[in-house]
Design a protein around this ligand. Sequence first.
Ligand code: ATP
Ligand code: MG
Ligand code: ZN
Length: 477
Amino acid sequence: MAYTVLARKYRSQTFDDVIGQDPIVQTLKNAIRTDRVAHAYLFAGTRGVGKTTMARVLAKALNCLSVDAPTTGPCCKCDGCIAINIGEDIDVIEIDGATNNGVEQVRELRQNAIYRPARSRFKIYIIDEVHMLTVPAFNALLKILEEPPSHVKFIFATTEPNKVIATIQSRCQRFDFSNIGPGQIAGQLKFVLEQEKIKYEEDLVLPLAKMANGSMRDGLSLLDRLISVGVEPLSVSLLEEFLGCPNSEKIWNLVAQIGAGDAAGTFAAIEDLISTGISEVQIVDSLVDYMRDLMVVKSTGAESELLILTGRQRKRAGELAEKFDVAALIYNIATLEKLRWAIKNSDRSRALLEASLLRFALSEHFLNVDELLRQLQTGSGAVKKKEPRSVKSQASSESPETRDEGRGTRDEGRASGIEHPASSIEHQTSKNEHRASRIENRGKTSGQKRNELINDPAVKTVLMGLDATITGVEENQ
Ligand SMILES: Nc1ncnc2c1ncn2[C@@H]1O[C@H](COP(=O)(O)OP(=O)(O)OP(=O)(O)O)[C@@H](O)[C@H]1O
Ligand SMILES: [Mg+2]
Ligand SMILES: [Zn+2]
């Protein structure tokens, strides 16, 4: 017998089998129970989330031959149900909107629609990718949608609802299908693996489900590919080797090197990843996911349900999160997003990747502003800095005394926090106390300014060039 792909073999048969679309299931069931089924539905959502599946379940519910009226629990055994399941029923007509998109086809549909169904209660038209219809075809469709014969139902499906003209949309009841959560996809993958009696390692399922990006079909297709490798038990290392996703151990190591501020370690970890044959873009994508997880750990704790991680990964994320502050993680994620774009458009993708990741690794040294403020506020004053370089900033060319005395005038009109290390910070406990209290008093505004400053890439670059840091931020009053 020919092999049937898992996605088809495990297509949900009834409303209760459809995963992750509960509000839609409930509304449709209710409409059937109360005899208020609309004459046209628009199912919108990304690929592989259950639109066609739900359309077929609804068609079976309306037309099941084993009962006298529409039912929320079609039998799935009668000739009608069986034919609908495979998309070949005489009264449930599935049309691909991408290829039958002209006005002629819609006219033909209109002419046929007036005839009563051959053996069922309703003649049901399921039009897939309905957004592909031409404008004249849409207009031809409008006429029949306005006043359809009572025996006709339409179910339109689309991945791009914004391309379906408003006059069509307003004549349909629209349902937006959600992307399916990784936990639910993982549950289905486990179910399928067990039904198929395939051995697998427990740790495999979540990463695989995450790779599906919200699409159940993609999850099942990935599983098909993995099974076809022919090695059991299915494992994470198989996934990484054959589906080309970056090795998770190596990515964790890269994040750890960045967290430790280890420049040489960061370079080595990048090399280690690239030598496995994955691209710079894949590394960036993975880093965004990992940094996001660390950000969640920092904000809500390692046990958060927002983390789709195994127990071991959770523990490690908890430990690694200690090495980062939230502001840095936010900055890193935003930078990675821009970097992704830059890398795709550059012939020097590796250098760009290395430069950015090195900056992440080193920026912690230069700009741990929270720590700096803490020191200022406790008056410990002596912020450990490196020896000055030959580059001179404007601030450093003045003596500390001059600068402090002149502060009254300098305060008017600027945030003066960027200072050269050796010339400014190390010596002044009482002045720091004074400055810290000013910062405190100014509360939110200073905080905002501080954030603006530390997140400004230009400021970061200048600070790194000067080997300098931010000591305080004063208001522009
Ligand atoms: N919500 C779901 N619950 C259970 N299985 C699902 C679900 N969504 C998709 N699947 C699985 O994925 C397969 C494809 O789903 P379906 O054809 O319904 O997707 P679709 O939303 O119509 O996608 P497309 O936009 O690509 O046509 C199904 O046969 C089923 O195995
Ligand atoms: Mg479909
Ligand atoms: Zn039936």
